[in-house]
Design a protein around this ligand. Structure first.
Ligand code: ZN
Length: 382
């Protein structure tokens, strides 16, 4: 055994002495190369990972920006609406003040005529002074009755003069009030135009963000994928929330009354920009911003909120496992749990979420799954 070990050791020494000097350098170079390649690959992987993370972050940023801008727009539109309300309230007040002023002016005219008549009477009687009338008394009882009459006339004249002052004061006050209200209106009008500018500025900011998205095909693809993920999440949600009752019955109403142009149909379609086949889960109807969006049929609102790429969304359950969905609205007029009637206005159209211009994205869902909505609503097309 010891002998064998010694032979092995000897062989090893010979190998080392003879082989290492000849092949050793190349071997080490190869190992070094390999290590270098490994290091480079590792770096590349790390870089790609970092790039992916950055892209994902950027994508999230884009989504967040859209949400943030939609929120800002809603806020700006709300405060614009408040100022518009204040202006119309003030205009009502101004109309009332104007009417009161007109009435006071009319009153002043009537009063002026009365006074003029009094002056004329006194003038025509010649003996224009009260004293003269009294002095012309023919007897004591005549004097007393004249005195009594005089007192009444004097009271009447004094009252006329007092009234005249009250009416004039009233006119002055109404004029001042009117002036103040007109000034207030000017202030509000300035406020209104700055609010309008704010709305326009937010709108163009969003336009810019979406323009960037549509320029970056990868980003657009990510956003479109996200939309499909959201669609699948809504399927789950509908399945949880839909009632087990029978379908409410009847034909569905066209969801955007007066606007029947379909700008993008339902189904697999070649995406106009991505040029790849993608699913469109509903129909897009061209609707100007702020138009009425109505419930296609009676039912219960099971979702009414901002929902990612869908923007402000309403889902109505009509029973029979049939529900309808309305997306991209600027304003929601119903809340979850509301019972709505067929044709009831449930929202105002808009361009919230992943949308480049005002339109209604309308879906019909059977047991939570989207289907072509057109056959359901075509009969009510006006
Ligand atoms: Zn759509």
């Amino acid at each position: 055994m010891k002998y064998k070990k010694s032979i092995a050791l000897l062989l090893a020494i010979i190998l080392c002495l003879s082989v290492v000097p000849v092949y050793g350098q190349k071997y080490y170079d190869d190992v070094k190369d390999l290590q270098k390649q490994l290091e480079e690959t590792r770096k590349k992987i790390e870089l790609t990972k970092a790039q992916q993370a950055a892209k994902q972050k950027e994508s999230k940023n884009v989504s967040n920006q859209i949400v943030e801008l939609d929120r800002k727009l809603e806020e700006a539109e709300k405060s614009l609406e408040i100022v518009e309300g204040q202006i119309s309230e003030l205009e009502g007040k101004i109309a009332i003040t104007q009417r009161e002023l007109d009435r006071a002016t009319e009153e002043a005219e009537t009063q002026k005529e009365l006074l003029n008549k009094r002056v004329r009477v006194m003038y025509q009687n010649g003996s224009s002074s009260y004293l003269a009338v009294l002095l012309n008394a023919t007897s004591f009882s005549d004097f007393i009755s004249r005195l009594d009459l005089m007192r009444k006339i004097i009271n009447y004249d004094v009252n006329l003069l007092k009234e005249r002052k009250t009416i004039r004061d009233n006119i002055d006050q109404k004029k001042q009030q009117l002036e103040y209200e007109q000034q207030q209106k000017e202030v509000l009008k300035n406020d209104l135009s700055s609010k309008k500018e704010e709305v326009e500025s937010v709108k163009s900011q969003k336009e810019q963000v979406l323009k960037e998205v549509y320029k970056d095909l990868k980003e657009l693809e990510r956003q479109e994928d996200k939309l499909l993920e959201e669609s699948a999440a809504l399927t789950k949600k509908i399945l949880q929330l839909q009632s087990s009752e029978d379908y409410i019955g009847g034909e569905m109403a066209w969801p955007s009354p007066g606007y029947t142009k379909v700008t993008s149909p339902y189904g697999y379609r070649t995406h106009p920009i991505l040029k790849t086949k993608r699913m469109h889960t509903g129909v897009d109807l061209a609707v100007p911003s702020g138009s009425n969006i109505v419930a296609a049929n009676a039912g219960k609102v099971i979702l009414a909120k901002y929902n990612g790429g869908y923007g402000n969304t309403v889902i109505i359950d009509h029973g029979g496992k049939i529900s309808t969905l309305y997306a991209h609205n600027s304003k929601l007029l119903v809340k979850e749990g509301d019972i709505v009637t067929r044709g009831q206005v449930i929202a105002k159209s808009g361009s919230t979420g992943l949308s480049t211009g005002p339109h209604l994205h309308f879906e019909v869902r059977i047991n939570g799954n989207h289907t072509d909505p057109i056959p359901y609503i075509t009969k009510s097309k006006k």
